[in-house]
Ligand binder design. Structure first.
Ligand code: GDP
Length: 598
């Protein structure tokens, strides 16, 4: 099919606005899938993704559509992950398109995520077609959404298509709008192969499968190709398209979206955003936009039972083959034993990996408090990166610590402005701009340290606004601040798993909170146990656990030796699950409890 009749597009939407339902409808209307197959929404293939209503991996699909002009068009739908952790992947998928449908729920209106994703699409110069979905709902307000489209997003509302993905209304209008408004791909026509890799997955039987968009030239089986950023050469074993399952074909040409299988070992060898070219005749320059992605959030992952270390090692290795953005390195902790320091794109990515370890690999793990990556200048002038508070040099060796900060866009109903501004201040953030969206809502432009929004910011936002607030963020570099390492000492011994980097102004409150929590979970010992939070050598919070006086066997009367033995046995067993920190035995559960709740 000629390039003039190819349309590459994606759908951008806030979670739950109906992207998956609409995608299925488009596949059905173009007879790409039957209604029966559609039952289990094909585009979302991982259970976890479906439960969380997000798509982690972009699954493209190729449809043939006979338009009202009588011609058949090839429509490639590229799905995009719907979360800020994966915004680089989103930008690479969007770069492989010429247009996008911006889907807005007619009863909810424009949300923070819609704004952020629209910005990404506009940065790629995509033609954006607004689609107002769920018009079947009794509280749908199409006029209001149209007004928002114009006022907030500066999109022409008269081009908006009204639809109900659920009821199948407006589906043909959407397909016609794609044909009419999304520009056909353009080829430079200089004879060089340039294909952009926008995702890759690992299939245990077939190896690495890379999803590509051909920008110029063509790609066939047997061809020798090179990834320009990594410099790796390989040979193409198979090329094909998604209909929606993978179907091999002879050749992918300029404008096409499809997959390739080459002799590559892991997804880490195929970097997202890299340019594929011919080894024999490489393109003079790669496609723009490639970035190395680096993890931003780190956490230690340890097996609950030390016997499971080897199994955990196998599991994280397997996960990484499929998820090049996830990193791990062996580390050991005095408190938790042997485990791994793992790096993630963000908190959601971290939760997904932990959950997959539990579900797919049956691993019982404990993870340490998440930390961001800090930039550090030492007094001798050297610069280092620190992702684990335990490795922070001592205070007198540190000249400056910089922490990552993010621009956070917060959309809230007017009445909550005061509460949310307070929340932003509490999180050491600042509100730079308050934008009025309509008579009900405002958009706050804020800057907050990433560390502060890691754990409970979104939950707090939701609870303070009764679920009406939404947020999105983008990275905004590093900023120096008065950051210090706080240690927790139990009976005088520092416990590495509880060390953290905090702002000096918040250290005392956090130290108190942690000490109180530890007091709750550490059982009494035969002596008084001091729990201290300290910065450098200075104690800033303190609790103590009084000594246990009772003899465990005291309850046994007479000479019931078997009963006595049983009790002692039990006590021994209890000990096995204890970690001894100096003279103090701390049950494993205490670590879990504290790391979970603080
Ligand atoms: P996604 O998170 O954007 O992929 O959203 P889904 O496609 O999973 O849809 C979220 C929810 O909205 C589901 O319960 C759908 O059944 C429902 N939904 C999607 N489209 C419509 C629609 O046009 N009308 C109504 N009433 N519900 C819809």
């Amino acid at each position: 099919m000629s390039i003039e009749r190819t349309r590459n597009f994606s759908i951008i939407a806030h979670i739950d606005h109906g992207k998956t339902t609409l995608s299925d409808r488009l596949l059905e209307a173009t007879q790409t899938i039957t209604q029966r197959q559609q039952q289990d929404q094909l585009l979302d293939s991982m259970d976890l993704e479906r439960e969380r209503g997000i798509t982690i991996k972009a699954h493209p699909v190729c449809m043939n559509y006979k338009a009202k002009d009588g011609l058949i068009y090839k429509l490639n739908l590229l799905d995009t992950p719907g979360h800020v952790d994966f915004s680089y992947e989103v930008s690479r998928s969007l770069a492989a398109c010429e247009g996008a449908l911006l889907l807005v729920d007619a009863s909810q209106g424009v949300e923070a995520q819609t704004v952020a994703n629209l910005n990404l699409a506009l940065q790629q110069n995509l033609h954006v077609i607004p689609v107002i979905n769920k018009i079947d709902l009794p509280n749908a307000d199409v006029d209001k959404v149209k007004k928002q489209l114009e006022e907030i997003l500066q999109l022409p509302a008269d081009e908006a298509v009204s639809a109900s993905a659920k009821m199948g209304i407006g589906i043909i209008d959407i397909l016609e709008a794609i044909v009419a408004f999304v520009p056909a791909p353009k080829e430079p026509g200089d004879g060089y192969l340039r294909a952009s890799v926008f995702d890759s997955i690992f299939d245990p039987y077939r190896g690495v499968i890379s999803y590509i968009r051909v920008m110029s030239g063509s790609i066939v089986r047997g061809q020798k190709v090179r990834l320009m950023a990594s410099g790796n050469d390989s040979e193409i074993k198979e090329v094909g398209t998604f209909r929606p399952k993978m179907v091999a074909c002879d050749k992918l040409e300029a404008g096409d979206v499809g997959y390739i299988i080459a002799n590559v070992k892991t997804t880490a060898d195929v970097k997202i955003g890299d340019t594929l070219t011919e080894s024999r005749k490489p393109a003079p320059e790669p496609l723009p936009g490639f970035k190395e992605i680096h993890p931003l959030v780190f956490s230690g992952i340890y097996p609950i039972s030390t016997d499971d270390f080897e199994a955990l090692k196998l599991a994280v290795g397997k996960l990484q083959i499929n998820d090049a953005a996830f990193t791990f390195m062996a580390e050991s902790s005095a408190a938790l034993g042997f485990g791994f320091r793992c790096g993630f794109l963000g908190l959601l990515h971290m939760e997904i990996v932990q959950e997959r370890l539990r579900r797919e690999f049956n691993m019982d793990v404990i993870s340490t408090y998440p930390s961001v990556i800090y930039e550090l200048r030492k007094t001798d002038g050297t610069e280092i990166l620190v992702d684990n508070p335990s490795f922070l040099p001592s205070a007198n060796e540190i000249d400056e610590i910089r922490e990552p900060i993010v621009k956070v866009f917060i959309m809230i109903p007017n009445e909550y402005i005061g509460d949310i501004m307070q929340l932003v201040m509490d999180k050491r953030g600042q509100v730079n701009n308050t934008e009025t969206l309509d008579d009900r809502r405002v958009l706050l432009h804020t800057v907050i340290p990433l560390n502060e929004i890691l754990v409970d910011f979104n939950d707090k936002l939701k609870s303070l606004t009764r679920g009406y607030g939404s947020m999105d963020y983008e990275h905004a570099g590093y900023k120096a601040d008065d950051l210090v390492k706080m240690d927790m000492l139990i009976a005088g011994e520092p416990v590495d798993a509880f060390s953290c980097i905090v702002h000096r102004g918040k250290a005392e409150a956090r130290g108190r909170q942690l000490a109180a929590k530890l007091k709750e979970v550490i059982p009494q010992q035969l002596f008084v146990v001091a729990i201290q939070a300290a910065i450098g050598g200075k104690v800033i919070a303190r609790e103590s656990i009084s000594a246990l006086r009772k003899d465990v066997t005291a309850k046994c009367y007479g000479g019931d030796i078997s009963r006595k033995r049983k009790l002692l046995e039990k006590q021994k067993e209890g000990k096995k699950r204890m970690k001894s920190i100096g003279r103090v035995n701390i049950p494993q559960e205490a670590f879990i409890e504290v790391l979970k709740t603080n």
